[in-house]
Design a protein around this ligand. Structure first.
Ligand code: R5P
Length: 319
């Protein structure tokens, strides 16, 4: 395709991350105008020619999810009407990800609705990081790359050289991811069985595995209210665990999660910058790893029609 240059634009959800991606790609960030009208409707205008170009729009649809999703849809619409050659929605955090099935009658499947909206707006492909569940990929009839921050977290944990390490899955759903980490870190593994109450409340937990005197790395895809991790840390300590490290990709940190995590028996909280963390919430025990390089490499490979999965396979992680 003629004039098929790569151009990168940021929505307003996480401009710092997009700047990091642009830096790794060695390109300047595209110029875009995003404003709100007096009545809070969103206005978007590309301030440079994108006709025929390979357009990447970076927007994690984190809190406020509805605003960020709508802004992304409007960006896609504007890009389509400006005759972009191809439009990729880069969503480091895919909002509504957990609403991926009906658990009771008369509920929506909002993760599917968001996929339909992206396609209807004109996205040609989507790139995300660490989806909550693999089946969300099937909601898309356009190509979707499910990237992972695991290599980043893995390398960081390796660099700490923690002796007697046990990797802990804080619920049964995260057991597979934790098992991969345990294998790659040459560590033992334990699992916590968690039962949820209504929506965001974690009700009961029990521990399967031996943790007495062991250093712990709790691995999960996200922290929302903090209930899962705080309860996990509590039961681990009650069972004689040593230092507890927590590593998650998405730091949603809803409500008073930060306060809860700060007073929990956690030595270090390792997260990534898929979602921006306001400076007043960046407590001392948080370590933020940037996914900008992973995203830059993936965007570069998508642009050049190279394999994306090979970026991860080399590190023993299969996506
Ligand atoms: C659940 O299946 C996820 O992997 C996380 O454990 C969960 O979303 C964390 O939520 P919260 O921090 O509200 O307990």
């Amino acid at each position: 395709m003629e004039n098929f240059d790569l151009v990168l634009f940021s929505g307003s959800a996480n401009p710092k991350l997009t700047e990091g991606i642009a830096e790794h790609l060695g390109i300047a960030l595209g110029k875009i105008r995003i404003e709100r009208f007096a009545d809070n409707e969103t206005y978007v205008q590309f301030l440079e020619n994108i006709r025929g170009k390979d357009v990447f729009l970076v927007q994690p649809t984190c809190n406020p999810a509805n605003e960020n999703i709508m802004e992304l849809l409007i960006m896609i619409d504007a890009a389509k009407r400006a005759s972009a050659g191809r439009i990729t929605a880069v969503m480091p955090f895919y909002g509504y990800r957990r609403q991926d099935r009906k658990t009771e009658s008369r509920e929506p499947i909002t993760a599917k609705l968001v996929a339909d909206l992206l396609t209807a707006a004109g996205a040609d492909r989507v790139a995300v990081i660490d989806l909550h569940s693999g089946q969300v990929q099937g909601f898309f009839d356009i190509p979707l790359d499910n990237l992972t921050a695991e290599p980043l977290i893995l390398n960081y944990l390796r660099s700490k050289k923690l002796p007697s390490l046990t990797v802990v899955a804080p619920d049964v759903g995260s057991a597979k991811g934790a098992r991969d980490f345990a294998r790659l870190l040459d560590a033992e593994m334990a699992v916590i069985s968690k039962k949820r109450g209504v929506h965001d409340e974690v009700e009961t937990v029990s521990l399967i595995g031996e943790v007495k005197g062991r250093n712990i790395a709790i691995i999960d895809d996200e922290i929302s209210t903090g209930g899962t991790i705080v309860n996990a840390a509590k039961i681990l300590k009650e069972n004689g665990a040593g230092d507890i490290y927590v590593a998650v990709t998405h730091a949603i940190l809803a409500g008073n999660a930060i306060e809860k995590l700060n007073s929990a028996p956690i030595k270090e909280l390792i997260v990534t910058d898929t979602i921006p963390i306001a400076s007043e919430r960046a407590i001392g025990k948080i370590r933020v790893l940037s996914v900008s390089e992973i995203l830059a490499k993936a965007i570069g490979n998508i642009h050049e029609n190279k394999s994306v999965s090979e970026l991860f396979e080399a590190r023993g992680i299969k996506k």
